[in-house]
Design a protein around this ligand. Sequence first.
Ligand code: UD1
Length: 423
Amino acid sequence: MEYLEVKGRARLGGEIDVHGSKNSVLPILAGSVLIKGESVIHNCPDLSDVRATIGILRHLGATVKKSENTLVINAESITNSTIPENMMQQLRSSIIFLGSLVSRTGSACVYLPGGCEIGLRPIDMHLSALKSLGYSVEFDGENICCKKGDVKSAKIVLPFPSVGATENAILACVFIDGKTTIINAAREPEIEDLISFLNSAGAKIRGENTSVIEIEGVSSLHSTEHTVIPDRIEASTYMSISAITSSELLINKVNHIHLAPNLEPFYEMGCELYLYDNSLRIKPPKRPKRVKKIETGAFPGFPTDSQAITMAVLSIAGGSSMIKENIFESRFKHIPQLMRFGADITAVDSRAAIIHGVNSLHCAEAICTDLRGGAAVLCEALAAEGTSVIKEIEHIDRGYERIEETLKPIGADIKRKDDEQRS
Ligand code: UD1
């Protein structure tokens, strides 16, 4: 098994580029199934989740060609409408194929999706959105089978602005006659990106950025070209690396509007932030100040995906900070791993934690419990005295492209090794 060896306290600095957004490209790839033609997608990150999604597309009958960061998907012929357990379980966003597949072929049978274990992550809202449109849905607790039947436009009211349910609902009604309205839709930038991709192919969707999305059914979509937005969570990871190592960084290829909910806690920590056209310069203080309270929330709230990496920074802040996790019910699995480095964190319950800043961190051997928890462990290791070992890095590889290579130009000393290389 591969692991990372991280020499902490290396002197970091310079510029770093952000890749295309993982959470944008995955639903866009699922959406490409709706197009009887070519989707040319630029700025695709090379991640294990993207490779798994390409595997699903090929299994469904699409052809996928890759040239550097561009994917060309041809979904002229879709020959399969089932996705087996082993493919579905590789990632959470595999569930987004349910809406696109049933919309394109009239039927879809898929297994429950996988993804990070950060809570129960039910799919009830996805299924009830499809049912509101008239799709028949059978779910035996593992397999979900959905058929088109007598579908018609509808008003879908989501009880919570779920990102995935909003994406599935949009994809399921692109071809339904009349106007469908999604009320209490998620407003995350990745939804806006999916809508902009679909509209570029001829869909008629309005309301990106708002909690009411209107979809006017069209009869078909045509070939298109689209560039994926920058990954705001990757950008926020570099902000955390800067703050925890007290290293000035210039983070390139960012979208400030998408990143806006992340900025406030960093100001509070005492970081100076300079916003340029598509870049962000962060000048952190010698030691971050404590932050009174960070609460995660649906966009434009503080992203739950940035919770663990920000907690890592607060572990060395001057004073105690509080983090409240409002989106997922068990997203604190990284805490025991951060404590291996000497962090002092008390989980008040499964949703609130108090982080007592310590003066310094020491090297440790730790595991990645999930994607962002893994990134938080990496932040600790970069700031710790000595050489740390991070295991179960397949989680990190789901959302960060060859992290050791990406961080090398800014001076990080990280080596990817496998067990045989371990003395
Ligand atoms: C997406 C992101 C994930 C991010 C999350 C919240 C992708 C691939 N993943 O996940 O990185 O952390 O948004 O910003 O884009 N829920 C239900 N029933 C449902 C659906 C969701 O109860 O049918 C609950 C979830 O358990 C969770 C909350 O709603 O508590 C938000 O989940 P959701 O927005 O759906 O997250 P994902 O789409 O899974």
